[in-house]
Design a protein around this ligand. Structure first.
Ligand code: ASP
Length: 322
């Protein structure tokens, strides 16, 4: 039996208000989101795996300097970049993750290497860099991740350290973590998430992104989920796993479980952000408790959508139902 396919992705959540970005920049962001969606979707359409599809979408977003992942990652207090990423397969819950890595051009590929070529799930810091250096991946100097936009954002943060939060105060803080979830024709789901973390982070801070069950989760018995937002709250709520667990334990459908966790549990603690999620039956949910979330998804009829603000929905093409 052939399963329906599904794919959704995000590029960060926050206080995104219409009018802050120029129409030109908005269009550029929509184009990047659409292109990343198509990168994953083409793999699914050719019968490829959800894992490869989710990774392909995230790689495309890592390569795009608008987003806080790969090139365009935020600066730490030391003035460099420490990246976190995770990838998980819903088939057997195999997972790989890296935290605080410096030199992999595509951190999500480093996470995939942990999944495929190590006995471990999560590697961090110097050890993770050593592991990654031994993998057949593209390596770059840490300065390669620099962008002027992120440098200005970092300098502004240092002048006003109290503002160390994900609440964007200006245009320069509007682009975030990236992630994708996918369902392939064989009925497998997968999730992938990648980030530079939060601006001016210190002490080896690690957010929710590489923590399996917090920012990233996939299980064919429930759903694949990728999160973005204030990581500390997502860790405390085990957001991604909680959504999946509600589906398994209470029989809740995907959208309801996402609403309960993102609009209920997370919000009650004061956590801001959102998730993208797909279930093995093809259900797709994009839920956030912030004014906006960069996002893209394929609907059940094959239509491709991108959006930034809450009420927005740009339909790009209508494809044949699969
Ligand atoms: N969740 C990420 C972190 O806390 C940040 C984000 O999603 O923008 O590291």
């Amino acid at each position: 039996m052939t399963s329906p396919i599904a794919i959704a992705l995000h590029g960060g959540a926050g206080v995104l208000q219409a009018g802050v970005l120029s129409a030109e920049d908005e269009n550029a962001v929509h184009a990047s989101l659409l292109s990343a969606l198509k990168a994953g979707l083409s793999i699914l359409e050719e019968g490829g795996s959800a894992l490869d599809a989710a990774q392909a979408s995230v790689v495309e977003l890592e390569e795009c300097p608008w987003f806080n992942a790969g090139r365009g990652a935020v600066f730490t207090d030391k003035g460099d970049h420490e990246m976190d990423a995770a990838i998980m397969s819903g088939d057997n819950r195999e997972a790989g993750a890296v935290a605080g890595i410096h030199f992999a051009r595509n951190p999500i590929k480093a996470a995939r290497a942990v999944l495929e070529h190590s006995d471990h799930v999560l590697l961090s810091g110097v050890g993770a860099d050593q592991f990654v250096a031994a993998q057949a991946l593209e390596h770059v100097d840490n300065a390669w991740f620099d962008t002027e936009l992120r440098r200005r954002q970092w300098q502004a943060q240092r002048l006003n350290p109290q503002a160390l939060s994900l609440e964007p105060g200006g245009i320069e803080k509007k682009f975030g973590t990236v992630g994708a979830v996918a369902l392939d024709r064989s009925g497998q789901v997968a999730a992938a998430t990648s980030t530079g973390g939060i601006t001016n982070k210190r002490y080896g801070r690690i957010g929710d992104t590489p923590l399996i069950g917090a920012g990233t989760w996939a299980d064919n018995r429930s759903a694949a989920i990728s999160a973005t937002g204030h990581g500390e709250f997502f860790i405390r709520c085990a957001v991604a796993h909680d959504i999946a667990a509600r589906m398994r334990y209470t029989g809740a459908r995907l959208r309801k479980a996402c609403d309960q966790v993102v609009l209920g549990e997370l919000k009650a603690l004061g956590g801001n952000g959102g998730v993208v999620a797909v279930a093995p039956n093809g259900d797709t949910a994009l839920v956030f408790n912030t004014p906006g979330m960069y996002r893209a998804w394929r609907d059940a009829e094959g239509g491709l959508h991108t959006a930034i603000y809450a009420a927005e929905d740009r339909l790009h093409v209508q494809e044949a139902t699969t």
